[in-house]
Every structure is written in structure tokens, then in C-alpha cells.
Design a protein around this ligand. Structure first.
Ligand SMILES: Cc1cc2nc3c(=O)[nH]c(=O)nc-3n(C[C@H](O)[C@H](O)[C@H](O)COP(=O)(O)OP(=O)(O)OC[C@H]3O[C@@H](n4cnc5c(N)ncnc54)[C@H](O)[C@@H]3O)c2cc1C
Ligand SMILES: Cc1cc2nc3c(=O)[nH]c(=O)nc-3n(C[C@H](O)[C@H](O)[C@H](O)COP(=O)(O)O)c2cc1C
Length: 773
């Protein structure tokens, strides 16, 4: 085959040499606009897994790289006068120049033709090529010639960075955070050869401009960074080698995803590779790794499907399918890490204490979890667990086992929870006339015995016409109150769990069938009239509600207050006001459902007016030493709907009105929603609200392992973790998870103690290495 690789970066060179090695008869040319050995940038890092892959495909290159590698294990963080270090993180670094030289030399050795100092403008310059590799980097001219085919989605990220080097050698991957009068800067520093370290300085656009760096030439920018980071530089100078860049040497990262990676131009097949196809932010340092792995995968597909011109279409399709999945996974982690650095100044650097800040930094990509940190550096993690426990008010015996974050107590007003696990509200649709019955006693009783610190009742309605279904629970009469009291008394007398009431009104989503007879479907008979912020039906099948009048609002507010008074008498420990999921109060908060033109609609202030009136009225009758939470839909997942930024505005208002916690849910406001589900998918909302608004939060949504909860609580992304479905599957989720991670200090009900011992023993046996046969 005749192959032209346009662009002699890691992708083009490595693919060239791998294919030549596969079959020396292939005629392969790599065309590079720069001179040999002339490149920008300093060091790049990649992982042991990439090296293993490379070893399998070309041992010679891998060995040359390994000889030139710098390996280090430690991460050091400098912030607010503190210098903290952890180990076990295993990175390898190499100079970009060195890497390219190794690849160039190997190409020459194998007979790949290298053409330097030729700028390619079009793939049509190579009409004889069977295959053209567009490995011409992020600004790929080849890709840009076919935007309709490749569908590039390029987002310019907001932060500014400058990629510098220094001759000071660091023995750890070092992060240095510095505050100026205008805001925060961070430096990412790592050594990549015997006398050079990469030194990337990053900040937000507004801080960058406030310091006049948009007007600064390279020399002034370097002088600025040298002064700001003088402590960590310790007299060393910073250097640039980006002289080919025009104007400011400060860049914005471009995040790129392409809809399609290959195209037939009429003469040749063209395929994107490396940065031309996708980018991953340097916060997880994987751009070069992705480029090299692309090259390996394409070679592998040729080896599997056949390296002849007629096989090219199938090979390119297979390559794209495999790589698109891997790349999406890395891009996801890279996005989390990148976003962490974009908000670090406004969200974490000022608010978190250095210890927790460091934990948050280490877990920023959400690929490294609590237990993963334990594997990397047990001593550090245990010291962090002790620090966290002390902050939570418990003193751990320094010689005894530490307590992971989810098992530390939590105090809010006069309420003390034994641990950070909450059973999330879950409608069971099993009541008649709103009265809790034996099902509810057993359901809540079992779960309270199962170890969660706080059990929430399901959405409990304040009036019969405020129910979602005829099976919903209520608290509008004495009979219901007495039945609730029986359950609360059982929980308080028999377990250490606290019991919460979620108060709500269904609004336009009311008068429907129980879940298993058709979610959101109107009743076949006996429907009751609905009210909402505006006269908009939830779906065409549902009733059109009446837009609430002032009199309706007064009546509903009084209903909430009456329910709250009953809650005081029967001993609930906390009230959560349900302002999420499109129910009545949520219908005021979302612009999708609130189209009012009076003082109850049209702005954040107006949209929140009625929910806040209800909240304040309850707060007045609810005892001062008992907390209140508010559940919000932090994202409507719908064009024109609320986003986390709106949720932060509402959270601030509820905080000012006396809310203690925001329970950060999302969605169910509009049928048009397009939620992005996934592990911990709503935790970023909790993280934002907690650390930007400064209010305690509950994270909820696809949290299902102790490791998830520990990572969230440990990093300060939430104060509590609520789990719904896991508690349906396992009433004793908390007790079982404690045993799984080896925490023995969690107490089981005294009646069940012999079960605890057997369960722990069986787990220990199952994880012990099997004896030789
Ligand atoms: C600040 C920063 C830090 C980074 N740190 C890391 C890190 O630690 N680890 C890591 O793995 N990655 C890192 N990267 C990313 C990494 O540099 C790229 O992801 C990687 O180089 C991609 O390889 P590539 O071959 O696809 O593209 P490139 O390396 O960009 O190579 C493209 C080549 O094509 C040439 N070219 C472009 N247009 C033409 C044309 N029209 N004609 C001829 N030649 C052309 C260019 O001169 C260039 O040599 C970092 C990037 C930045 C910006
Ligand atoms: C059966 C069921 C009923 C639910 N009922 C309620 C409810 O009454 N009030 C509420 O705010 N959320 C309700 N939810 C949402 C949960 O509280 C929780 O936010 C959601 O299930 C995500 O958590 P998970 O991934 O742990 O299940 C319900 C969820 C389920 C599965």
C-alpha cells in the first residue's frame, strides 16, 4: 500500500513505523512542516499500561523510550503555605523532543520516508496514496477541509495556560496553587529528563486579564510566573520554546470530538488520528497516549482484516468503532479533571482546608476513588481518614483502625446522625387514604435496622388533591399522624437511625395511577382537579391544571404548615421540602413550567417566591433545633430549562431563608428531558452548590458502593449521600457495605449480632487467597 502520514507528531510517526514493520513493502511517507528535532513543548507523561501496549507492538521503540524515561511516584501539593505529599501514583515522563527523535530514528531505520519542512494544504496533494493519515494535530487542515464529513465539535475552554520549562528538577509531580489580589493561579510541574521539568501555569480568563497578561509579551509573562512561583522555583528560571506562536504565549485548551473519523476523497481514503481526531486535557496528561494507541489500533485492524487497498474501508470502520469508545472514556475523565482546574479558584481553593483540598485534587477525574487511594498510599489515606474523623467530631485511637468518611457522624442544628448514609425518599404507592400501614412499618423498620443514619419517608402529601396517586402517603389528618407516630416511635426505640419527612404536593403531576399500573397515566376514574404554577399539562394525556390563584397559594401554604405542625407532635427529626421533579413547588422554579406574568413568575426572584413563602412558613412552626432540607431539580436536562447555575441561585435563596441542606436531584420536570445518566451523575451538582454557595448538601443518584460514598464525602462534594434503589435491593445496605470494606466498628442491632460475625467471616474467607491444591 501507499500511505502518506500528514504531520510528523507521535501519531503519524508511530503509525508509519508500525505499518512499515508489518510489511516493508508498504511505501510510507511522513510529511512534517517543521524541521527535524524542531518542536514546541516540553515533557509528556503517560502510564505503564501504554508502555506495555507499545512493548508488544515494537520492542525497539519501547526500549528506547523506557531508557529515556523519568519515573516518579509522588505527588506534592503546595497551597496556603502548606506542602503536602503522597506516594504510589506511578507516572513516567519523557521530553516531547526526545520522544519524537526516537520515533524519527526508528522510522528511518525501518525505511519510512520522512519529509521535513513541507506544509501540506490538502489531502489531494497525494493522489497516488491508498491511505492518507491526517495526523496533523489539533488544527488539522485535512480535517477542516471536510467539516460536513468529520463533524468536528470543537470547544474552546475558558482557562488560559502557558507551557514553560525549567532546569530545576522536581522529585514529585508538583501542583502549586498561588493566590494573587485578583485570584488563583496553578502550576503543574513534572520532571521529564535529567535536567528539565515541564512547568505549565494556568488561570481563569478574568484573572489572566486582571493581571494584564493579555497585553504581556512572552518575556513579561515569564517574569510574572517566576515571581509568582518563586518559592517552588527556588531561584530557577522559567523558559519558553513556543517562539513560533504569534502574540501571547498563553493558550486556551481546545476540546475536540469528531462525529466521523474517515472519508474517501475520490482517490484515497483519509483517516483522522491523534489530536486531529480528539483531544484530552493535559490535566490527566493523555493526549500522546491516545495518539499512540490510535496508531496501534489501526495497525492491529490491518493485521486482522488484511493490509490491502480493498480492505481499507472495513479497516477504517473497525478502527473508528474501537477507538471512539476508548477515547470517550478518557475524554470523560479528562473533562472532570479539566473542569476541576477551571473552577478550582472559585470553588475549592478558598473554601476547602488544605487536607481536603488535596483529597479533592487527587480524586478530580473521578477515576481515582477512596479505595484506590488506599492502594496507592495507605498511610496517607489513613492519616486523611483520621483528620476527617476529627473534623466530624470523633477522636480515633491513633493505634486503632481509622473510620472512613461515610461512617463519621454528622451534626446539623440539634440533629446528630450516626453516619452519612441516607435512605432517599421513595414513593411506595401502598397507602389507602394517605394512611401509613403495616407495609410501611415493616418497610421503614427494616431499613432503619439496616444501618443508614437517616431514613426518609416517601413524598408525603399535604392534602388529598396534592397526591400523585391514590396510593401516596399523607399527613393531613390525625389518623395519618397516629400511624406515622407508630413507625417513628419504632425507629427511635429500636435503632439509632433518625427519621425524616419529605413534604410535597404533586401539582400538575397528580391524579395518576400507581407506578406499576402506568407511570404518569391519569386514573381511569375518580380523577381530581389539578393546580400548578401555570396551566400547562405534563403530557398531552394528563389534565391541564389550573394556574394557582393567590387564594390557592394561601390554602396550600396553610396545608404545608398544618402537616409540619403534626410532624412536630409525632417526632420527625428533619423535614425536607420537595421542590424537585416537576411537582407543585418545582413547577414554580422552572421556566419550563412557570409562565406567570405576576410576581410569582418571570425571574429567579419571582419563581422562588411561592416555594420560599412555603419554606418560611414551615420554618416558623418547625422547632429551631431541627433542620430542614430542600430537594431541588438541579438540572432540567431540557433546552430552556434550569441548569446547575440556576440551582445555585435558588440554593442561595433557600440558604438565606434558613435551609440547612440542599438535596441535589435533577430532572422529571419535562417529558422532553435528555438526562445524561451514569455513575454519580448528579454529584457534580451537589459539589457545585456545596462549595460555591456554601451550604451543606446531599448527593444522590447512582451512588451504590461504599467507595462511591467515601469518595464523595471525603472530597467534600457532599455532606451526606442518599441512596434509593440500593435500599430496595438491600435493606441493610449500610451494614453490608461496612463489612465489605472491613469496617467493624459499625454496630448491628443487638438481635442480629451473630449474623454480623458470620457475614464478616464469610467475606474474609472469600477474599483470602485460595490454598494451593
Ligand atoms: C500544555 C500541554 C501539555 C501536554 N501534556 C501532555 C502530557 O503530559 N502527556 C500527553 O500525553 N500529552 C500531552 N499533551 C498533548 C500532546 O502534546 C498531544 O496530544 C500529542 O502530541 C498528539 O499527537 P499528534 O501526533 O496527534 O499531534 P501533534 O503532536 O500535534 O503533531 C502534529 C504534527 O503535525 C504537524 N503539522 C500540522 N499541520 C501540518 C501541515 N499542514 N503540514 C505538515 N505538517 C503539519 C505539526 O507540526 C506537528 O508536528 C499536552 C498538550 C499541551 C498543549
Ligand atoms: C421507587 C422510587 C420512588 C421514588 N420516590 C421518590 C419520592 O417520593 N420523592 C423523591 O424526592 N424522590 C423519589 N425517588 C427518587 C429517589 O429519591 C432518588 O433521587 C433516585 O432514585 C436516584 O437515586 P438512586 O440512584 O440511588 O436510586 C424515587 C425513586 C424510586 C426508585
Amino acid at each position: 500500500m501507499r500511505i502518506a502520514c500528514i504531520g510528523g507528531g507521535p501519531a503519524g510517526l508511530y503509525f508509519g513505523l508500525l505499518m512499515k514493520k508489518e510489511n516493508p513493502a508498504h511505501r510510507i511517507t511522513v510529511i512534517e512542516r517543521n524541521k527535524p528535532y524542531d518542536t514546541f513543548g516540553w515533557g509528556v507523561v503517560f502510564s505503564d499500561a501504554t508502555m506495555e501496549n507499545m512493548r508488544a507492538w515494537d520492542g525497539e521503540t519501547a526500549q528506547a523510550i523506557e531508557t529515556a524515561f523519568n519515573h516518579w511516584d509522588d505527588i506534592e501539593v503546595l497551597i496556603k503555605g502548606r506542602r503536602m505529599r503522597t506516594t504510589g501514583h506511578g507516572f513516567v515522563g519523557i521530553g516531547r523532543k526526545k520522544l519524537l527523535n526516537i520515533l524519527q530514528a526508528r522510522c528511518e531505520e525501518l525505511g519510512v520516508e520522512l519529509v521535513f519542512e513541507r506544509e501540506v494544504d490538502s489531502d489531494l496533494e497525494f493522489p497516488d496514496a491508498d491511505l492518507i493519515i491526517a495526523s496533523d494535530g489539533i488544527n488539522s487542515k485535512i480535517r477542516n477541509r471536510y467539516p460536513k464529513v468529520f463533524r468536528p465539535d470543537l470547544v474552546v475552554r475558558p482557562n488560559r495556560f502557558i507551557w514553560l520549562g525549567t532546569n530545576k528538577r522536581y522529585d514529585a509531580f508538583t501542583f502549586d496553587f498561588r493566590r494573587t489580589e485578583h485570584g488563583w493561579f496553578q502550576a503543574h510541574i513534572y520532571k521529564f529528563d535529567e535536567d528539565t521539568s515541564t512547568f505549565i501555569v494556568e488561570t481563569t480568563e478574568d484573572v489572566f486579564r486582571a493581571h494584564g497578561l493579555d497585553q504581556a509579551d512572552e518575556a513579561r509573562s515569564i517574569a510574572f510566573c517566576e515571581e509568582l512561583f518563586s518559592e517552588v522555583l527556588d531561584g530557577a528560571k522559567l523558559m519558553s520554546n513556543a517562539r513560533h506562536l504569534r502574540g501571547s504565549a498563553w493558550l486556551n485548551f481546545n476540546r475536540l470530538i469528531c462525529g466521523k473519523w474517515n472519508h474517501f476523497n475520490g482517490k484515497s481514503h483519509v483517516v483522522l488520528m491523534g489530536d486531529a481526531a480528539h483531544t484530552a486535557h493535559f490535566a490527566i496528561g493523555s493526549g500522546t497516549k491516545l495518539a499512540l494507541e490510535d496508531a496501534i489500533e489501526l495497525t492491529k485492524q490491518f493485521r486482522t482484516l488484511g493490509a490491502t487497498p480493498d480492505k481499507i474501508p472495513d479497516v477504517l470502520e473497525a478502527y473508528e468503532q474501537v477507538r471512539a469508545v476508548d477515547v470517550a472514556r478518557i475524554q470523560n475523565a479528562a473533562r472532570n479533571a479539566m473542569e476541576w482546574f477551571e473552577v478550582v479558584g472559585s470553588r475549592y481553593a478558598d473554601t476547602l482546608e488544605p487536607e481536603q483540598f488535596m483529597y479533592s485534587l487527587l480524586t478530580r477525574s473521578q477515576r481515582i476513588s477512596h479505595e484506590n487511594l488506599r492502594l496507592r498510599d495507605k498511610a496517607w489515606l489513613e492519616s486523611y481518614e483520621r483528620w476527617f474523623a476529627a473534623r466530624a467530631g470523633i477522636n480515633i485511637d491513633p493505634s486503632g483502625p481509622p473510620v472512613p468518611p461515610m461512617f463519621t457522624p454528622y451534626r446539623v442544628r440539634g440533629l446528630r446522625l450516626e453516619n452519612r448514609i441516607v435512605m432517599s425518599p421513595m414513593a411506595m404507592y401502598s397507602a389507602a387514604d394517605g394512611v401509613p400501614n403495616d407495609f410501611h412499618l415493616v418497610h421503614f423498620g427494616c431499613r432503619a435496622l439496616g444501618g443508614a443514619g437517616l431514613i426518609f419517608g416517601e413524598m408525603t402529601c399535604v392534602t388529598p388533591d396534592g397526591r400523585i396517586t391514590p396510593g401516596c402517603l399523607g399527613l393531613w389528618n390525625d389518623e395519618q399522624a397516629a400511624a406515622w407516630k407508630r413507625i417513628i416511635d419504632f425507629v427511635h426505640a429500636t435503632t439509632s437511625a433518625k427519621f425524616g419527612l419529605q413534604l410535597g404536593h404533586a401539582g400538575r403531576k397528580g391524579s395518576t395511577r400507581v407506578a406499576w399500573e402506568g407511570i404518569d397515566q391519569p386514573l381511569t376514574e375518580g380523577n381530581w382537579p389539578l393546580i400548578s404554577a401555570s396551566a400547562l399539562a405534563y403530557t398531552p394525556a394528563n389534565q391541564v391544571p389550573r394556574a394557582m390563584t393567590k387564594a390557592d397559594m394561601e390554602r396550600v401554604k396553610a396545608d404545608f404548615v398544618a402537616a409540619a405542625r403534626r410532624a412536630v407532635d409525632i417526632g420527625f427529626d428533619i423535614i425536607e421540602l420537595h421542590c424537585a421533579h416537576g411537582y407543585l413547588l418545582s413547577s414554580f422554579l422552572s421556566p419550563l413550567t412557570n409562565r406567570r406574568s405576576d410576581e410569582y413568575g418571570g425571574s429567579h426572584q419571582n419563581n422562588a417566591r411561592f416555594p420560599l413563602e412555603v419554606f418560611r412558613a414551615i420554618r416558623e412552626v418547625w422547632p429551631h433545633d431541627k433542620p430542614m432540607s430542600v430537594r431541588l431539580s438541579c438540572h432540567d436536562w431540557t433546552e430552556g430549562g434550569n441548569t446547575p447555575a440556576d440551582a445555585a441561585i435558588y440554593a442561595r435563596m433557600f440558604k438565606e431563608a434558613g435551609a440547612d441542606l440542599i438535596d441535589c436531584s435533577s430532572g422529571q420536570v419535562s417529558k422532553e428531558e435528555k438526562p445524561v445518566y451514569g455513575r454519580l451523575f448528579q454529584t457534580p451538582f451537589s459539589d457545585k452548590l456545596r462549595n460555591e454557595v456554601g451550604i451543606a448538601t446531599v448527593a444522590v443518584g447512582a451512588i451504590y458502593e461504599a467507595d462511591h460514598a467515601n469518595s464523595i464525602i471525603g472530597a467534600g462534594r457532599a455532606d451526606l449521600c442518599a441512596l434509593a434503589r440500593p435500599h430496595l435491593a438491600d435493606a441493610a445496605w449500610t451494614l453490608h457495605e461496612a463489612a465489605k470494606i472491613g469496617v467493624k466498628s459499625v454496630s448491628w442491632p443487638k438481635q442480629y449480632l451473630s449474623g454480623k460475625t458470620q457475614y464478616e467471616t464469610n467475606l474474609a474467607r472469600a477474599s483470602a487467597p485460595s490454598p494451593p491444591s
